[in-house]
Write a protein that binds this ligand. Structure first.
Ligand code: 3EB
Length: 330
């Protein structure tokens, strides 16, 4: 019997984080590059492509022309389709997406259940079983009153579709309302064959513990996820929520300040140095197009040189005017 060495040899090297970046240019060129796991376009002006790695997000960009978003890994990438699912995998990383009509599935709740069941079935069949980050884009997110608000129905269906797959903890996530085709639900994720570390914000109640006033089923997400090599923090949609309450109703500037305080709290909790840099792409979701210039100015002033995609999106609480998500590389 040998002692002492075999465990060290069996320990896999932590997977380096995919590179996430915005760039202008051609979809086909981006798809043809080595290691491209996914390419995202934003808004109705984007071209359609057959490649399952190409995903058209239903949110309109305030920039014209809108940048592409690229996810790239240091490995060959294979890809495929399976019903309304599409996926790509390489180097221990998995991109998977569903893009469906709620009308085909009986409404927002059953559609979310269907989307999450489909994604879960795929992930369960793959070595990349650790879902680290999920984006959810649904139409008319604030439509409906009280428990019948579409976001709350989505939360219920999502929880059913997740089942006990996330019993150990939820992935980091974003859920935003788009102004695209009626009843279109888009869900996409990043998974890995190694686990990440979930990060919560000490300034905020964890979303899955939100009190009853926010709906029958609290939202299922972590505030951020440290990737396996601890070389990047995937930051969930972050808004001016303190404790469980929305802060600074009707005050865009104060909501932006509070949101940045929350972002800094997440960096500290992830043991990262404060601040963002030119390698750390962010997205700002802005409810009212008239606010876009002020958000752009705030970010340019507070975070000079940081790549930001400014998108027209509704935050899941109607009093919130802006939400920010993104990446911070260590
Ligand atoms: C919040 O702090 C804002 O339902 O997946 C942010 C990120 C929000 C993700 C989700 C919701 C979600 O509660 C809303």
């Amino acid at each position: 019997m040998m002692h002492g060495c075999e465990n060290a040899l069996a320990e896999p090297l932590p997977r380096r984080a995919p590179r996430v970046a915005y760039r202008s240019g051609d979809v086909a060129t981006a798809l043809a590059e080595y290691g491209t796991l996914a390419v995202f376009g934003f808004g109705s002006g984007t071209r359609s492509e057959e490649d399952p790695r190409w995903f058209r997000v239903a949110l309109e960009s305030f920039d014209a022309p809108a940048s592409l978003e690229l996810w790239q890994v240091d490995a060959d990438v294979v890809h495929g389709r399976d019903g309304d699912l599409r996926w790509a995998a390489g180097g221990g990383w998995l991109f998977a997406a569903v893009d469906l009509s709620e009308a085909d599935h009986g409404g927002p709740s059953p559609a979310a259940t269907h989307a999450y069941e489909a994604l879960r079935r795929l992930v369960e069949s793959r070595p990349e079983r650790h879902v680290l980050r999920i984006w959810n884009y649904l139409q008319a997110i604030n439509q409906g009153e009280g428990d019948a608000e579409r976001y709350k129905l989505f939360c219920e269906g999502r929880a059913i579709g997740m089942g006990d797959f996330f019993a150990e903890g939820f992935p980091a996530a974003t859920a935003i309302g788009h102004h695209g085709p009626a009843s279109r639900l888009q869900v996409y994720l990043l998974a890995c064959d190694q686990p990440g570390e979930r990060i919560e914000n000490p300034r905020q109640v964890s979303a899955w513990c939100y009190p009853r006033q926010y709906g029958r089923t609290p939202p299922s997400f972590a505030r951020a996820m440290l990737l396996p090599a601890q070389d990047a923090l995937a930051i969930s949609g972050t808004a001016a929520v303190v404790g469980h309450a929305s802060a600074h109703q009707d005050d865009l500037q104060a909501q932006l300040e509070e949101t940045f305080t929350n972002l800094e709290a997440l960096l500290a909790r992830g043991r990262l140095a404060p601040g963002f840099d030119t390698q750390s792409p962010l997205k700002a979701y802005v409810r009212h197009p008239a606010d876009a210039a002020q958000v752009r100015e705030f970010i340019a002033h507070r975070l000079p040189g940081v790549p930001v995609l400014l998108l027209h999106g509704d935050i899941c609480r109607s009093e919130l005017l802006v939400e920010i998500d993104g990446w911070r590389y260590a």
